[in-house]
Design a binder for this molecule. Structure first.
Ligand code: PLP
Length: 560
């Protein structure tokens, strides 16, 4: 078994800004667990030399983007091999930079970051690997040609000729199937692609879909495809290119994969409804346990659950950790976070006060502002239950005006609530800030519009740190939630249909849960609260990690 893992974004470490959110974090965590498990895997992505932007909020709460220049040579090692792809009839030269991910036992998984910024390329082609999710459709398609076609060629040039599976983490990498089809035909001594080649490629490919709405899938008009990739006979093969006049990257991946999965049980079901002609399985996402466990909790687990780093399932025994020690450890993580928050914001947040956290991309479906739906009600809750502090973070995509408006609404609410509860919106959400926030708050809040939170992973990071979730029943929380045991639900499960939810109704469910259950348990029944924390670790931390997830990929996708 030898796996090539392709992803448009990968979160490798703080300091390498080559990711925008959950997809890249998942890719990084997958690779970290592959290294821990000594799984023969090699990963391919783009360099994104100009990074995903640095976020600043101006005085009105409007997001400003600044480029993140990063010293590529400080982190990555240049490889000497060069490959080319034809784009619009021009030869585009590609080089690869290598980053090694070291596993717990010293096993290494190499990651290759493709780069077209070479003097031999035309000016425009040199920028193709500069911006993650930048530019227009044309730019995106050229990037995807570099990733998919260039990526396979680079792996071959680097000597990877025994790869048994090609795993497409989302549809951005689907063009790799065209290169594999060409390889299969060449192998058979032909130039024309046949049905046998399609079968050969299908056996090699695995596809993970992440987006439960059709609009979220990359699509390109065929005339643009012909302009960028040239004419190819394969466009006329209906089992490969199914959709009239459009290249739909999801369908390309579906057509050429023998195993397809969604990223949580519900997301698998919703995807199955969307793509009825295909068989869609589900493997629920996870997070890399050691990466997302705060140093104080790492030390606690080392003491009570030795071996948890090698075997994440053993986190189940967190149920035996004495309550007072668990609480003391939580306070350490909370103090670290609040020191950072107070330093950034001068808000004077208090370690004894009930603290909610919400950090994720500022996308409309996440409904970041649901907590502020009814400010008067929120003020009454604070008066009834005790102080509440809320810590927010998250970037909006530079072109997403609605996302930016969402952030601005939080800032406005923060001002309106000033003398009632403390609200912080921390700038420039990234891996490091994510580690801080998920570990340091008391309860992790999530309010997506079902079924759009395909999985969600930040609540899993929180669980590893004993931070229970208060969340809408969607994505992974449908599987991780046991009411009052691992956390709390906001409202009921609406089923697979995902009928549009009424924000006022969901906000009322959220307020009810906060006022009647969550804040009272925190302030008046600390013993119960700590018991929920322990179960968050034992039931959810032990399962929703990438070690378990990757073992499922091995069983269901990589070895079948
Ligand atoms: C974990 C993480 C995400 C994904 O969080 P979701 O809950 O899935 O939205 C996004 N960005 C960063 C920086 C993260 O650490």
């Amino acid at each position: 078994m030898s796996i090539a893992y392709f992803s448009m974004e990968i979160c490798l470490e703080h300091g390498i800004p080559t990711y925008s959110g959950g997809l890249g974090v998942l890719a990084g965590d997958t690779i970290r667990s592959a290294a821990d498990l000594s799984i023969s895997l090699v990963a391919v992505t783009l360099l994104h030399r100009k990074g995903y932007f640095y976020q600043r909020l101006d005085a009105t709460g409007w997001q400003r983007e600044e480029p993140v220049e990063w010293a590529v040579e400080d982190y990555l090692r240049e490889r000497s091999q060069r490959v080319t792809v034809m784009i619009e009839g021009r030869t585009v030269h590609i080089r690869a930079w290598q980053y090694d991910v070291q596993g717990a036992e010293g096993f290494t998984v190499p990651v290759f970051l493709l780069d077209t910024d070479l003097p031999e390329n035309a000016e425009g082609d040199r920028t193709l690997t500069h911006y993650l999710y930048g530019g227009d459709q044309h730019y995106r398609l050229c990037q995807e040609a570099v990733l998919g076609i260039g990526g396979v060629r680079m792996l071959r040039a680097l000597g990877y000729d025994q790869l048994t599976r090609f795993h497409m983490n989302e549809g951005h990498a689907s063009l790799l199937t065209l290169e594999l089809l060409d390889e299969a035909a060449t192998q058979a001594g032909r130039t024309a692609i046949t049905h046998e080649d399609v079968d050969v490629v299908r056996k090699q490919c695995v596809f993970t879909t992440h987006t439960p709405v059709p609009a979220g899938h990359d699509k390109f008009p065929m005339d643009l495809v012909i302009q960028v990739l040239g004419r190819r006979d394969v466009y006329d093969m209906h089992e490969v290119f199914c959709c009239e006049g459009l290249l739909n990257m999801t369908y390309l991946a579906l057509n050429l994969s023998h195993y397809v999965n969604g990223v949580a049980k519900r997301h698998g079901e919703v995807s199955q409804l969307m793509f009825a002609r295909y068989k869609i399985d589900a493997i629920t996402n996870g997070v890399h346990a050691v990466t997302w466990t705060s140093p104080p909790f790492q030390q606690l687990f080392d003491r009570y659950i030795p071996g948890w780093r090698q075997d994440n399932f053993s986190l189940r025994y967190a149920l035996n950790i004495p309550k007072q020690e668990l609480w003391a450890t939580h306070l350490q993580a909370k103090k670290r976070l609040l020191e950072y928050v107070n330093d950034q914001t001068n808000l004077g947040m208090d370690v004894d006060h009930f603290t909610l956290g919400f950090a994720r991309r500022a996308a409309t479906y996440k409904r970041t502002d649901l907590l502020f739906h009814d400010l008067e009600r929120l003020k009454r809750i604070v008066a009834n239950t005790g102080p509440i502090q809320v810590i927010y973070a998250g970037k909006a995509h530079p072109q997403d005006q609605e996302g930016k408006t969402l952030i601005q609404r939080i800032i406005k609410a923060k001002e309106a609530l000033q003398s009632y509860l403390k609200v912080a919106y921390l700038e420039n959400y990234d891996m490091e800030l994510g580690q801080f926030i998920t570990a340091g708050v008391d309860v992790w809040l999530n309010t997506p519009q079902p079924p759009l939170e395909a999985s969600g992973t930040s609540g899993m990071k929180a669980a590893l740190n004993g931070v229970p979730s208060l969340s809408i029943l969607d994505g992974w929380w449908l599987e991780g939630h046991i009411e009052g045991i691992t956390g709390w639900a906001i409202g009921q499960d609406g089923g697979n249909e995902g009928t549009p939810r009424d924000a006022a109704q969901d906000a009322a469910f959220l307020y009810d849960a906060l006022e009647r259950t969550v804040a009272p348990v925190f302030y008046r029944n600390r013993d119960r609260f700590i018991d929920v924390m322990r179960h968050a670790i034992a039931i959810n931390g032990a399962f929703f990690n990438t070690q378990r997830m990757l073992q499922q990929y091995v069983m269901n996708a990589y070895t079948r």
